[in-house]
Structure formats: C-alpha cells, structure tokens
Design a protein around this ligand. Structure first.
Ligand code: SAM
Ligand code: FES
Length: 346
C-alpha cells in the first residue's frame, strides 16, 4: 500500500490533494488491498448481511432536463407513465411477501405527486407495514414538503448530490438547476430528521480525479447515512449520448474508499454497475458495498424508466429479481436479510 492508502485506512480521511493523488496513483494491487480493508470494516459492523431495498419506479415524467438522464423532459421519445397509489401499494404487497422491509419510491420530478397524494400513500404503506421503512427518491422539493412527507412517516431520502463541484454541476445540468439548491435540500433533509443519502455518477462527463476528490471530501464531512454511486452510462437520446461510460474498476475502487472514509455507511451495489458488467453487483459487494436494490416495479413499465441504455432487470418479475440477487450474493459468501436495514452508527 502507498502512504496515502495507509493514512486513509488509519485516519479515515485525506486532504483534497490526498484524495486526488490516491485516485491517480491507483493500481490493481492497491485496489485489491483497499477492497480487503473495506470488506473487513464492513464485516465488523454488518457481518455477511446484505440489505435489500425494493425499488418502485413510480413515474417517468420529469420536469427537469439533466443532460445525462434518459427521462429528461426534452427526450420526446421517452415513454411516460406514472403509477397510481393503488398500483404502488400492490408493489409493496408483493414486496412484503418477497421479504422486503424497505420500499424505495423513486421517480422523476412529477407534479402529479403532490404532498397530499404522497402523504396519503406513505400513511397507507406504514399502516399496512409498520415494520417497513419508506425511502423517497423524488428529487428536489421545498422544506415544507420534505417536512410533511417526513411527518407522514417517510424514514429516508435519497438525493444524489451528483457532483460536489459547482462548475462541474453546471456542465451536467441546465442553468435553471443549481448546485446550491441541491445541497440546501440535503441539509434540510438532514435537519428534518431523515436518514439521508447522497451520491454521484462515476465517470460522468467532464469528471476528473479532482472532482471525485471533492465528492469524497464532501462525503467525509457530510457523513451521509447512505451513498449511491454507480457508473455513468450514456443514453442514446440525451446530449451525452457519445460520452464514454464509467468503469467497473473505478466504481469499485471508490466503493472501497467510501467504506474506508465512513465505515457504517449504507452503500448500494447499483443496477448501473450490473448493467456495464454481468458480475458488476457482485464486484461492488466485494469492494465494500452492502446494499442491493432489486426492482419491484410492475414489469409493464420497467422499460419506460430508462435512465440509460441497456438497463438490466427490465423484463423480469419482482420475484425473479429477488431470487436472482439472493443467488448472486450467496455465490460470493453473503446473504440477503429480510430487515429494515438501518445504518448501524458505532
Ligand atoms: N428525480 C430524482 C432525483 O433527481 O434525485 C430521482 C430519480 S434520478 C433519475 C436518480 C439518479 O439516476 C440520479 O441521481 C442520477 O445520478 C442517476 N442517473 C441518471 N441518469 C443516469 C445515467 N445516464 N447513468 C447513470 N446514472 C444515471
Ligand atoms: Fe429527471 Fe434527471 S432529468 S432526474
């Protein structure tokens, strides 16, 4: 291990320059050593347990126009759908039967999902399944909205910060979207009492080791409960269609680094990682991740929630996804557990 890696393992922190140099100096041998350290840290806290989240993609309508995203409003070819509360509850029923104890409601920023509708839905889910956690991933909303949803029973909120560098943020988003507002939302969610997740795409256009170093510093300081990182994968109908995709190698390296920076963090091995490599999710877990998020959306809509090209799991039934991931985790010595899977802060 080089000096930086040794320092990271013992102090769980590097300077901004240190993170940048660590990324630039990585080798396959170093990645392997850091993955071992990360896996040992995770094992101390979570054993061999992998938590599952049932992902319900509730709407492909989005008012935003992020340059990377397949469901951006300017993509006229995107097929739009939204699930109504009954359909979402039916997904939860199926999910509960399959052993899920966390439901993640994710979607584009869709005005149909008013506070009133969402509060009613969250109350219904919590009434049926008081032992389950509800995670929201519905983009930026106002403080009062976040607060009402929390007061109705939502436990967690995922809002990837996308990049911790304001000028990089401006290259990924249209001018009406702002880095400051995204960060403000994250602080508000934390203040309200949610378990909060941030995150970013690995290999997003214009990202260099310096930008990633800023992401790592942000994670070190913010100490999120969850952190979603996955490779950028181009979508054929976006301005970034010709940009290269992120790599499994760098994604896994960063999963290890994030585990070392913030040992208790809940870290998913993402669908995007499984999309660019058939064994991507297994590799992510081995590198230090401890969460997988099988799809619980109705099969009819899955292809329409196309954030990037060739997304996996779009033709499979929920039970198939669940069983497939169980088998994959067992093949590498881990087991999926039917638990809410809250963060264990030491
Ligand atoms: N609308 C919500 C939001 O903005 O947080 C949630 C849905 S959004 C589609 C979920 C995440 O998908 C984004 O935070 C982004 O990081 C990721 N994503 C979008 N396009 C992607 C792409 N082309 N490749 C990989 N990930 C992508
Ligand atoms: Fe909707 Fe990015 S375009 S989340």
């Amino acid at each position: 291990m080089n000096d930086l890696a040794v320092k990271l393992c013992s102090e769980h922190s590097l300077s901004l320059d240190g993170y940048e140099r660590l990324i630039k100096s990585r080798t396959p041998e170093l990645a392997e050593k850091l993955a071992k350290e990360a896996a040992a840290l995770r094992k101390n806290i979570y054993g061999n347990d992998v938590y599952v989240r049932g992902l319900i993609e509730i709407s492909s309508y989005c008012k935003n126009d992020c340059f990377y995203c397949g469901i951006r409003r300017s993509n006229r070819e995107a097929e739009r759908y939204r699930l109504n509360p009954e359909e979402i509850l039916a997904c939860c029923d199926e999910g509960y039967r399959l052993g899920f104890r966390t439901f993640v409601l994710q979607g584009g920023e869709d005005g149909y999902f008013t506070d009133e509708l969402l509060c009613g839905l969250i109350l219904d889910i919590k009434e049926r399944y008081p032992d389950c956690a509800v995670t929201l991933s519905l983009g930026e909303r106002g403080y009062d909205s976040f607060k009402r949803l929390f007061d109705s029973g939502a436990d967690r909120y995922l809002l990837r910060h996308e990049t911790a560098d304001p000028s990089h943020y401006a290259k990924l988003h249209p001018p009406e979207m702002s880095y400051e507002h995204r960060m403000k939302c994250l602080r508000e969610l934390r203040d309200i009492g949610y378990q909060v997740g941030c995150g970013f795409m690995v290999g997003s256009p214009y990202q260099t080791a310096r930008e990633i170093a800023r992401d790592l510093k942000f994670i070190e300081e913010f100490k999120p409960d969850m952190c979603g990182i996955g490779p950028f994968v181009p979508h054929h109908n976006t301005p970034f269609r010709d940009m290269p995709k992120g790599t499994v190698e760098l994604t896994c390296f960063l999963l290890s680094v994030i585990r070392l920076i913030h040992p208790p963090v809940l870290l998913p091995s993402t669908t995007a990682l499984g999309t660019i490599d058939p064994l991507g999710r297994e590799k992510g877990i081995k590198a230090g991740a401890n969460v997988v998020m099988p799809n619980l959306s109705p099969v009819e809509v899955r292809k329409k929630y196309e954030l990037y090209d060739n997304k996996i799991c779009t033709g499979d039934e929920s039970a198939q996804c669940r069983n497939c991931l169980s088998a994959r985790m067992e093949s590498i010595g881990y087991r999926i557990v039917a638990a809410r899977g809250d963060i264990i802060r030491q």
